[in-house]
Design a protein around this ligand. Structure first.
Ligand code: NAP
Ligand code: HSE
Length: 421
């Protein structure tokens, strides 16, 4: 028998207890032993819960309990969760966590502290999809050329509804919160941080790179409007929030932002709360992973799979999959050198010569316009929806800086990158 304590009996924690109870037969057969929940920790002992387990409001009662073998951390947050998990490791307890924010900041310290103690985190990236196992074990023979993922269920749920039903942002976000997809603070979802946390975890397994959220380009979905969907539809694109890793020699681009991608790409067809991740290895080629990226049950499925691994005595050590550093080393590429096509929404005064002025300003920065749509805004103003040919990020940023100060500009221009293979 292995005895577990669950710190955080909320959306995911409750589902973990339910799976362990409902699927007890298959789980104990696969694990070779019973997995028993001894106690849970919550913040508010008076809250009504769907599961009936012994509760405490002191997480350290779990980390310090000599009768508990595995601590499951499902409380969320960074600093407090870090203290709790460190204490569990100090007490030589195996740890399972779904906390990507914690890992985005402290994965290397935790790897060092864990040494040979099992530390598993399958649920931290893409909920129910076993992407950690796929990358760390299944694809370990490959140099990873690229990872492109829809890794935030809340954003994908919102963008899909905006595209298909033309609904507004705020009510769909509320629906995602009610369904248990969103983070406790949903700005983490819609501003791209949650997807960035997940990308950083995958980047460590793929490249051995120790970057923090502050080091990479992160943009969210809040500024996307129905006009952008109109342009996307007209030119055969879908709009998705992508987390992207791209290897260029010994450097890797890491970025999270909304993109326009061809509707024909497999990842463009990943809708609703579903997540999809494409991983390209130098020998295997492209592999695709698809499944539910958020929600209590899907996430708990990954948590319980880690508990079964631990019960079986199997462990992957070190947790991030590199026994020693890559000889050639990998560093973070500069954002300036990103080279893609761009989409721009520019609200302007609708009078003769404005388009020519914009084209000239772009030309001065080696940027050429590929296509354009004009949508009337008011009687005397219009939205210009433009796409460019490929150019460098540093050039588009300089051009946008100049453009926003022109006297014919009505609002700060909005930019999205166009991601092509
Ligand atoms: P949640 O519903 O907000 O649950 C958090 C739980 O932790 C609650 O039971 C809360 O107690 C408890 N808690 C918080 N601070 C505590 C403290 N200081 N001491 C004791 N208990 C404390 O969150 P969730 O959605 O289950 O997410 C849990 C973790 O899984 C997070 O790291 C999240 O990022 C990750 N995750 C979530 C999903 C998802 O779809 N929801 C998917 C993948 C990963 P009360 O109940 O009393 O408030
Ligand atoms: N809030 C996250 C999402 C939960 O929407 O994808 C899964 O990590």
């Amino acid at each position: 028998m292995i005895k577990i304590g669950i710190i955080g009996v909320g959306t995911v924690g409750e589902s973990v207890v339910k799976i362990l109870q409902k699927n007890r037969d298959i789980i104990s057969a696969r694990a070779g032993k019973e997995i028993v929940v001894v106690k849970g920790a919550v913040r508010n002992l008076n809250k009504k819960r769907d599961v009936d387990i012994a509760l405490t409001d002191n997480p350290y009662e779990i980390t310090d309990d000599p009768g508990i073998d595995v601590v499951v951390e499902l409380m969320g947050g960074v600093d407090e969760a870090y203290d709790v998990v460190k204490r569990a490791l100090k007490n030589k307890k195996a740890v399972v966590t779904a906390n990507k924010a914690l890992l985005a900041y402290h994965r290397y310290e935790l790897q060092n502290l864990a040494e040979d103690i099992p530390f598993e985190f399958e649920a931290s990236v893409a909920g129910g999809i076993p992407i950690i196992k796929a990358l760390r074990e299944g694809l370990s023979a490959n140099h990873i050329e690229a990872i492109k993922g829809i890794m935030n269920g809340t954003c994908n749920f919102i963008l899909t509804k905006m595209a298909k039903e033309g609904v507004d942002f705020e009510p769909v976000l509320k629906e995602a919160q009610e369904l248990g997809y969103a983070e406790a603070d949903p700005t983490f979802d819609v501003e791209g941080y949650d997807a960035a946390h997940k990308l950083l975890i995958l980047a460590s397994i793929a490249y051995g790179i120790d970057a923090k959220p502050e080091d990479i380009l992160i943009e969210g979905i809040k500024e996307i409007s129905s006009l952008d969907f109109a342009f996307a539809s007209e030119f055969g694109y879908a709009i998705k929030l992508l987390a992207i890793a791209k290897k260029r020699a010994n450097q890797v681009e890491l970025r999270v932002h909304p993109v326009l991608i061809s509707k024909d790409e497999m990842i463009a067809k990943v809708d609703g709360v579903m997540n999809g991740i494409s991983v390209i290895g130098d020998f295997v080629g492209e592999t695709m992973y698809y499944g539910p990226g958020a929600g209590g049950d899907a996430t708990a499925s990954a948590v319980v799979s880690n508990l079964i691994d631990i019960a079986r005595g199997g462990k992957c050590s070190p947790m991030l999959g590199f026994k020693r550093p890559l000889e050639s080393g990998m560093t973070l590429a500069s954002n300036d050198e990103i080279r893609v096509k761009y989409y721009l929404r520019v609200a302007v005064q609708d009078r003769p010569g404005i388009l020519a002025k914009i084209a000239q300003l772009f030309g001065e920065h080696q940027i050429s316009i590929e296509s354009m749509l004009q949508k009337p805004k008011t009687k005397n103003t219009a939205n210009l929806l433009l796409s460019t040919h490929e150019c460098l990020e540093k050039d588009i940023q300089k051009a946008l800086n100049e453009l926003k100060n022109q006297d014919f500009i009505e609002e700060k221009p909005f930019m999205m990158r166009i991601e092509e293979n």
